[in-house]
Design a protein around this ligand. Structure first.
Ligand SMILES: *[C@@H]1O[C@H](CO)[C@@H](O)[C@H](O)[C@H]1NC(C)=O
Length: 121
C-alpha cells in the first residue's frame, strides 16, 4: 500500500540520518575520541568504517535534488564539498581512527531523500 511504502522510506531515511549525520560535530578532544564516542552512541561499533557528515540535513538532502548530479543507479554525487569525519577500525590498536576533512559525497536517493551513504570523493 501507499502508506506502508511511505513508512518504509521514512524508516530507511531515519536509519541513514542516525548513522551518518552529526551536525554540528560533537565536541571531543581528538578525532579518535570523537569516533569512539560516536560509534558507540550511534550503535555502529560493528561497522569497520563509518562516515559522519557535519552539515544541516536540508543541505545534505539537496544532493538528492538540485545540488547533486546522477552517477548511475540511484546514486547522486554532491556538487559541493561537505565537512565529514570518517571513523575506521584499527585492528592493531583495537580502536577507531578518525580522519576529518571536506569532500564531495555520493548518496543513494529514493523518492528525493538520501537512504544510504555510498562514499566520499
Ligand atoms: C578538522 O578538525 C580540526 C580539529 O577539530 C579542525 O580545526 C579543522 O577545521 C577540521 N578540518 C576540516 C576540513 O573540517
Amino acid at each position: 500500500s501507499c502508506l506502508s511504502h511511505v513508512i518504509f522510506l521514512v524508516r530507511v531515511f531515519c536509519a541513514y540520518v542516525l548513522l551518518h549525520v552529526n551536525n554540528p560535530k560533537n565536541e571531543a578532544p581528538s578525532n579518535r575520541a570523537y569516533c569512539k564516542m560516536m560509534m558507540v552512541d550511534r550503535g555502529v561499533i560493528w561497522k569497520y568504517t563509518n562516515t559522519f557528515i557535519h552539515e544541516p540535513i536540508n543541505t545534505i538532502n539537496a544532493v538528492c535534488k538540485d545540488d547533486g548530479i546522477p552517477v548511475g543507479g540511484f546514486n547522486r554525487q554532491s556538487k559541493k564539498t561537505f565537512k565529514i569525519t570518517t571513523c575506521t577500525f584499527n585492528i592493531l590498536t583495537f580502536s577507531f581512527n578518525g580522519l576529518n576533512g571536506t569532500s564531495k559525497i555520493v548518496l543513494t536517493c529514493l523518492n528525493g531523500l538520501p537512504v544510504r551513504f555510498v562514499r566520499y570523493i
